[in-house]
Design a protein around this ligand. Structure first.
Ligand SMILES: Nc1ncnc2c1ncn2[C@@H]1O[C@H](COP(=O)(O)OP(=O)(O)O)[C@@H](O)[C@H]1O
Ligand SMILES: [Mg+2]
Length: 171
């Protein structure tokens, strides 16, 4: 993925107009076992996403969309260039708490149902019990998972979003 622009990006963390995501000349080259360049997945990407914007990353398979997302999440380290999320490094712990991400493949505990899964992650995020219960009710309602699990039904995958697409156990 390659895009170039001459306009410099403000990286000032105190500026309220600080972009939610800013990539500057962001590049990622995957190396092979012998450290030879194997794939130039992201090539000098300049990208700014501001508050309130809905941004879609489109491109054919292998064009670097997933790699770009992983760089924004701090799961991969750029080969060159930089990426800022809310004006900070994506490795900043406080920044990570503000990011929601649904991976292509989610690995959720199969023995937890949707409510238990949300409880688990809410606790990890240190959300207090009252807020937790309210938010979980809202989220389950939002994705249509408020019906109780029928007795004897197989325990489902637990991911609220994915469960919406996996109604098997409820039928
Ligand atoms: N972990 C990896 N190791 C080596 N090459 C990779 C790795 N991940 C992605 N690539 C390569 O980087 C390029 C971009 O891949 P990717 O970001 O997955 O594209 P997209 O999500 O747009 O389909 C492809 O050529 C892919 O083979
Ligand atoms: Mg992909």
């Amino acid at each position: 993925m390659s895009q170039t622009s001459a306009k410099p990006i403000s990286m000032d963390t105190t500026d309220t107009r600080t972009p939610v995501v800013a990539c500057h000349q962001l590049s990622k080259v995957f190396k092979d076992f012998w450290m030879r360049d194997r794939a130039r997945a992201v090539d000098r990407l300049d990208l700014v996403i501001r508050q309130g914007e809905v941004f879609g990353l489109l491109g054919p398979n292998g064009s670097g969309k997933s790699t770009t997302i992983k760089l924004i999440l701090g799961l991969l380290k750029p080969t060159n260039g930089r990426v800022m999320v809310f004006g900070k490094s994506p490795n900043d712990v406080a920044t990570k708490a503000r990011i929601g991400y649904l991976p292509e493949e989610s690995y959720l505990y199969p023995f937890l149902n949707a409510r238990e899964t949300l409880e688990y992650y809410a606790k990890l995020f240190g959300i207090d019990s009252k807020t937790r219960t309210r938010r979980i009710d809202e989220l389950l309602e939002m994705v249509g998972l408020t019906r109780p699990v029928p007795p004897g039904a197989r325990v489902f995958q637990g991911d609220a979003a994915a469960d919406r697409d996996r109604p098997g156990p409820y039928q």
